[in-house]
Each structure stands twice: as C-alpha cells, then as structure tokens.
Ligand binder design. Structure first.
Ligand code: SF4
Length: 473
C-alpha cells in the first residue's frame, strides 16, 4: 500500500537530489530563488571571489524593494534615493544583476515591487515548487502549495552556485480552521489569532499546512496573508493545498505553463493535496467562526487580542518570565494594564507591506474610508506592494478615494514595514500597521507598532483610535 503523505512531504519528496542519512540534511533542488538589494550583495561577492558563475540565472529574479523611497520616484534614477547607504545597496544590485545575467525589476519599472508580491504576480510562484529568498517572509509563496522559505546569505550563494540546498528534515503541523469567518473578519485577523494561540515559537521546526473550510473559501491574496506570517509563529514554512482558486490565479501569467504544459502541470498539482489518512506531527484547531477583529498590543506578533479586549495585566500572566516579558512590552509600548484597546490613540496608519498591500487589501481599506474624512491628528500612508497593484488601484479610482479621505498615496516598496528607507515612525509615535512585525524599533527607532488588518487600519484612520469598521457610525 502506498504511504499516505502530507502536501509538504510530497513536495519535499519530489525535490530530493540526495537523501541524508539518519536525520542528516537532504540535498534539495530549488526551483526558484528571489533576490532583493539587502541580502544578495554578499552572495554575489562570494561567487565572484571563488570565480564561480550562477548555475541557473534564469531561475532567479530580483526586485528593488527594501531601500527604495516611495515618494519622488519618477525615472528610477539612483539619484532619486537620497540616503547614501540605500543608494549603494540598490546600485550594487543593479551591477550584480547585469554581471550575472539576472532579471531585475528596478524602481520606476512597471513590474517593480515587493519581491513577495512580484513572484506570484508574474506567475513564478506555482504549486509544488521549492522557492527561496534571503528574506523571512518568503513563506508567503506557500499559499500556492509550494515549500517556500527564507534563507541566510551563505545559503543564497549556495543556491546561486548549485540550484540546491542542504535542508534538515522537518515536522508537519496542520492548522485546521473550522467554520467560516464572519463578516468584517479577515485573513489578517485569523493569522494574528493563530499566532496568539500557538505563540511565536509554536511553529518551530514545522512546516504548517493551513486547512479547513475558512481557508478553502479564501482568495489567493488572503491565503498569501496567512502564509506570509507563518514565520512569525517560528515555522519553517506555511502552505495551503492548491485547488481551483490557485489554478485560476496562476493561469495566463507570464511564467505559467502554457498549452499542453499547462494541462500536464495541473494534473500534477492535483496530486499534491494531503492524502486522506496522512498523519501530521501536530494538529491545532481554531474556530474561525468565533473570531472578531484582532490587534496586537505588545512587541511581538503573538502579543495580540480581539479588539474588544483590554491591555493585559502582567500580574495575570503566568510565571515570572511571562510577567517580565509582558511588563517589558507594555513599558516599550507605553500602555497601562486594563486600558481598552479601543482607547489607544494612533498617530500613523500604514497600509502597506508584503502582508497586506495587494489589490484586495487596498479595496477593503478604500471601502471603509470612502466618503469619510481622516481624523485631524492622524496621518495615513497607503503604499501598494507593487507597481502593478498601484496601476490596478488607480484604474479603479482607489487612489482618488484615499487622497480625498486625506491619506498619502505612494509608489511601491517595503516602506514603513521596516526602518530602512525614508518612511519611518518618529520616536514615541504609535502606528496601526498592516505589516507583519511589531518588534521594538521595527518601523523606526522608538516607534510603537500595533499590527492590524487593512479594514481595522482604515477605520482607525477615521477615528484616530484603534477601531473596526463596525465602530463607525
Ligand atoms: S514588506 Fe516588510 S516583511 Fe515584506 S519583504 Fe519588505 S521588509 Fe520584509
């Protein structure tokens, strides 16, 4: 009888070049590597120093995203980047891509954007693939049923040189989301609730497969939001089994198989979902129908609660370690235990990042702010995750809706997701952000971040306090 396998085990099995003995790493074939300006320079230098070439430059694609400004970009000329370090990073990527023959989408290019939006957008990301990038949020691509993971700089170089990687065996976790999400509850609320439940280390050593009715009903963009934050639970990767929703999204895109190759590919993709009776090392259940909008109050993505709750009291938080962790987070966030989360005043609302700045996210936020006026003491910046998303949004008039509301409409990039470009919080400023990390100083030194969905971000910009659309009159 054939062994019953999970989705992750099937994809792994189909990429083993050489099996490791007794728990030693397997040598795995890598189908595609994505690159950006921050984590690729040392890898290219390494190749150069050893006089090596790239084995498959055509299986690599680079974008400029982390360091690029999101204002004043017209031609993509390097001088449009004022910060010298950022300019050097971007200029180095351009030179490296030219020298090694890697396709690059630069600032000002119509396909430029955050690497985790650009991959799926071009149809590079397909079911059953292995995809890597020197970036934690590569897990996003698992939404298509691929094993996608962030890797270190030396591994980036290894993949460039060999198109393979030594990877340790993993454990499998199923997160079963039962029931349907209620109106007003999004993929972001679900993933924040999952991380709060299993903790930021709960996924360590596992590849998570998100399953169940709520996941099956989600669009590809919502599934990307879920998989994107798998890394925030410490998981090696997150995956969703491919289905008709996946095939429909991939079909017709530039890198998608065509004609007979398409039919062959779909036949293979249909074999990938977890076999009935396959066993996971761990199963976690979460009732999707019981969820309400979720926000973080602390300094890691697992420190979240439903918006209707209050800031926790360290004294109620288990052992001394937990008490100390919560106390430290509240000190940094300048929050008092017992404060209703809805009473937290917000200075800046950021709708952006590879988690939540695709077209559906922008539509959801625009629907909330349409016809309303921004709170007088709050600023809102909206940063599409790619130039294509920006163009699509402008065709639909979303840019007008945001600007009439009082928000700033920017060009694509990582922007305020991390303090590596001009979009940063000032010390002490507090944001409601659709990004994925609320670590101390992540959005700028001294900045305080509350992670939220695009809908909650938009409602917060209306009131100036953490709010959901249901709170608006
Ligand atoms: S948007 Fe943020 S998390 Fe995503 S790739 Fe850029 S910096 Fe990383």
């Amino acid at each position: 009888m054939n062994q019953k396998l999970t989705l992750a085990e099937k994809v792994w099995r189909d990429h083993v070049v050489q099996q490791g003995d007794a728990g030693a790493p397997d040598l795995i074939y890598i189908d595609f590597q994505l690159l950006h300006e921050v984590t690729s320079p040392q890898a290219f230098d390494g190749l150069r120093l050893q006089g090596r070439t790239m084995r498959h430059p055509e299986l690599h694609l680079a974008t400029e995203d982390h360091n690029v400004p999101t204002e004043g970009i017209k031609s993509g000329n390097l001088l449009e980047i004022k910060d010298e370090v950022s300019r050097t990073q971007v200029s180095t990527l351009r030179k490296n891509c030219e020298e090694f023959g890697v396709r690059l989408h630069s600032m000002g290019d119509e396909q430029q954007g955050i690497v985790h939006t650009v991959g799926p957008q071009l149809g590079i990301t397909q079911p059953g693939m292995t995809i890597v990038c020197g970036d934690s949020h590569t897990s996003t691509h698992g939404a298509f049923g691929s094993i996608a993971m962030g890797i270190g700089t030396s591994e980036v170089e290894h993949v460039m040189a060999t198109q393979t990687l030594s990877l340790k065996p993993f454990k499998t976790m199923a997160i079963e989301v039962t029931g349907e999400l209620q109106e007003g509850v999004s993929a972001k609320d679900l993933i924040l609730a999952i991380i709060a439940k299993i903790g930021t280390g709960g996924g360590q050593g596992y590849i998570i497969e998100y399953r169940g009715e709520a996941i099956r009903k989600m669009s590809m963009e919502a599934r990307m939001t879920i998989c994107n934050m798998s890394i925030e639970a410490g998981a090696r990767a997150g995956m969703v089994a491919p289905d008709e929703t996946t095939f429909e999204y991939v079909k017709g895109r530039e890198f998608a198989p065509k004609g007979a190759d398409w039919d062959k590919a779909v036949d293979y993709w249909k074999t990938l979902p977890t076999d009935d009776g396959a066993e996971f090392d761990r199963v976690v259940e979460i009732d999707g129908s019981a969820l309400t909008p979720f926000v973080t109050w602390g300094t890691n993505p697992g420190q979240g609660l439903p918006l209707g709750e209050t800031v926790p009291d360290p004294e109620d938080c288990g052992d001394d370690n937990s008490k100390a962790t919560v106390k430290k987070a509240l000190e940094y966030m300048d929050l008092q235990p017992g404060t209703p989360l809805r009473d937290i005043k917000i200075d800046t609302v950021f709708v952006g990042s590879c988690t939540n700045a695709r077209i559906e996210d922008l539509r959801a936020a625009a629907e909330v702010v349409k016809g309303r006026t921004i709170d007088a003491n709050t600023r809102m910046i909206v940063v599409p995750s790619s130039a294509v998303v920006k163009a699509d949004a402008e065709k639909e008039g979303l840019d007008q809706i945001f600007q009439e509301f009082g928000a700033e409409w920017r060009t694509a990039g990582c922007s305020m997701c991390l303090g590596m470009n001009p979009d940063q919080l000032k010390p002490g400023e507090r944001s409601a952000s659709t990004s994925n990390r609320n670590f101390e100083g992540r959005q700028g030194p001294g900045g305080r971040t509350h992670l939220v969905s695009p809908q909650v971000a938009a409602a917060t910009a209306v009131t100036g306090y953490l709010s959901s659309p249901a709170d608006l009159k």
